[in-house]
Write a protein that binds this ligand. Structure first.
Ligand code: ADP
Ligand code: 3PG
Ligand code: MG
Length: 405
C-alpha cells in the first residue's frame, strides 16, 4: 500500500487542528549565524502554506547540524525562524524549547493558521537515540503528524520515525508532506519504470560510500557513466596508474567485479585533468588515462571523456545523477562537471526526466547554473543515496499506509 499523503486530506479535516510537522531545516550557517543557502527552507513552504491556509495550528520541528544532545547556542534554530517567516510571508513564532514547559505552553496557545517553530530536536539526547519518552512527548503536540523531512528520512530518530509510531499508536495519522511526496515520486519513478535510454552518472569522492548505489543501479541502467575520484579505483582495476590521486586500492577487486558485470554499459574516463596539487591556482594538464604520471593527481575528467558522456546524456530519456565529475569547488577542476551538467540540462529541456541527488551534486548544479532546468534536485544527501540504493527509509516506513482521510 502506498504511503498516506497530506494531499489526500481535505481543508475541512485540517481546519483548527494541531498538526505536528517535521521538516529538514538543516541549512548551512556562516560564522555570524546567517543562513547561506535557503534551499531547504524554501522547499518546506508548500506543506506549511497548505496547512496554514487550511487553518491548521502548525507545530514545526527540525534538527540543525550535529549538536551533542544538549543545548548549544551555535546550533539554535532561531536564525532559521526569521528566514522561514520571510519565505512564508507570515509570522513564525520561535520558542527556544522543545521538551520543557515553555514548549508545551506555546503549543497550547497556538491560533488557527499560525506556525510555531520549536528548538533544535538534537538538543535532546533522546532524539538520535529514538527515545520513546521523547517521541511520546512530541506526539502530545498534535494528533496529525506530517513528515516533510526528506533529508532526514534515512534516520530513525524520535522526531522522525518515533513520533510517527506514537501518533499512529494513539489512533492518529502520520502522513507524508508535499516535499516528501515529490521526492518519492521523482526518485521513485526514475527507478521503478524509467523511460529508456536510462543513463546514470556517478561521481564524487569515494566508491566505498556509494557501492550500494552502484549495485542497485547497475542492473537497471542502459549506461553508467563514472567520473570523479570514484573513477580512479576503476582505472586502477583496469591496470592504469593513477599517480598520487585519491583512490581506494582496497576496492579494486570490487571495481573489477562490477566492470565484469556491467560489460559495455559502464563508461570510464579515457582522459583526465591532472595537477601536482589540488589548489585553486593549480596549473592543470590533460592526460590520457594510459599516461598519468606518478606525481599526478587526477582532479577532473578530461575533454575526450566529456564528449561521449555528453552524447550519452543527450540521447537519454531518463537521467539519474549523483556525484560531481571532479573537484568542482575549484575553478580549474570544474570543466567536466559543468559539461555534464549542461548536457543534463539540455536533455531536460528536450523532455528527458532528469533527477539529481547528493549534497555536493546539488551545489555543483548551482555552480554550473543549470539548477532550475533539471526535473528534480533532491533536498536529501544521505537520504537520496539511501533511496537510490534501494534501502528502506525509516522516516517514511513509519508513516500510515493507504489513502489518508
Ligand atoms: P555528493 O555529496 O553529491 O553525494 P560526494 O560527497 O560523493 O558527492 O563527492 C563530492 C566531492 O568529491 C566533492 O567535494 C569533490 O571535490 C570530490 N571529488 C570529485 N572528484 C574528485 C577527484 N578526482 N579527486 C578528489 N576529490 C574529488
Ligand atoms: C542532511 O543534511 O543530510 C540531513 O539534514 C541529515 O543530517 P545528518 O546527516 O546530520 O543526520
Ligand atoms: Mg557529499
Amino acid at each position: 500500500m502506498p504511503t498516506s499523503l497530506l494531499s489526500d486530506l481535505s481543508d475541512a479535516h485540517l481546519k483548527g487542528r494541531r498538526v505536528l510537522v517535521r521538516a529538514d531545516l538543516n541549512v548551512p550557517l556562516d560564522a555570524e549565524r546567517t543562513v547561506t543557502d535557503d534551499t531547504r527552507i524554501r522547499a518546506s513552504i508548500p506543506t506549511l502554506r497548505r496547512l496554514t491556509s487550511a487553518g491548521a495550528r502548525v507545530v514545526l520541528l527540525s534538527h540543525l547540524g550535529r549538536p551533542k544532545g544538549s543545548p548549544d547556542p551555535a546550533f539554535s534554530l532561531a536564525p532559521v525562524g526569521g528566514v522561514l517567516a520571510a519565505a512564508l510571508d507570515a509570522p513564525v513564532r520561535f520558542v527556544p524549547d522543545l521538551a520543557g514547559e515553555r514548549a508545551v505552553a506555546a503549543v497550547a496557545a497556538l491560533g488557527e493558521g499560525e506556525v510555531l517553530l520549536l528548538e533544535n530536536t538534537r538538543f535532546e539526547a533522546g532524539e538520535t537515540a529514538n527515545d520513546p519518552d521523547l517521541a511520546s512527548h512530541l506526539a502530545g503536540f498534535g494528533d496529525l503528524f506530517v513528515n516533510d523531512a526528506f533529508g532526514t528520512a534515512h534516520r530513525a530518530h524520535a522526531s522522525t520515525a518515533g513520533v510517527a509510531e506514537r501518533i499512529r499508536d494513539a489512533g492518529g495519522q502520520a502522513v507524508a508532506g508535499e516535499l516528501v511526496a515529490r521526492e518519492l515520486r521523482f526518485l521513485g519513478d526514475a527507478l521503478a519504470d524509467p523511460e529508456r535510454p536510462f543513463v546514470a552518472i556517478l561521481g564524487g569522492a569515494k566508491i566505498s560510500g556509494k557501492i550500494d548505489v552502484v549495485e542497485a543501479l547497475l542492473p537497471r541502467v542502459d549506461r553508467l557513466l563514472v567520473g570523479g575520484a570514484m573513477a580512479n579505483t576503476f582505472l586502477l582495476a583496469m591496470g592504469y596508474g593513477v599517480g598520487a590521486s585519491l583512490v581506494e586500492p582496497d576496492r579494486v577487486e570490487m571495481a573489477r567485479a562490477l566492470m565484469d558485470r556491467a560489460g559495455d554499459r559502464i563508461l570510464l574516463p579515457v582522459d583526465v585533468r591532472v595537477a601536482s596539487d589540488i589548489t585553486g591556482s593549480a596549473s592543470v594538464g590533460v592526460s590520457a588515462r594510459v599516461a598519468v604520471g606518478p606525481a599526478d593527481r587526477t582532479a577532473d575528467i578530461g575533454p575526450a571523456t566529456e564528449r561521449p558522456y555528453a552524447a550519452e546524456v543527450l540521447a537519454a530519456k531518463t537521467v539519474v545523477w549523483n556525484g560531481p565529475m571532479g573537484v568542482f569547488e575549484m575553478t580549474p577542476f570544474r570543466g567536466g562537471t559543468v559539461s555534464v551538467a549542461r548536457a543534463v540540462a539540455e536533455a531536460a529541456d528536450g523532455g528527458a526526466m532528469t533527477v539529481l541527488g547528493g549534497g555536493d551534486s546539488a551545489a555543483a548544479a548551482e555552480v554550473a547554473g543549470v539548477a532550475d532546468r533539471l526535473t528534480h534536485i533532491s533536498t536529501g544527501g544521505g537520504a537520496s543515496l539511501a533511496y537510490l540504493a534501494g534501502a528502506a527509509l525509516p522516516g517514511i516506513a513509519a508513516l500510515s499506509q493507504g489513502e489518508a482521510g
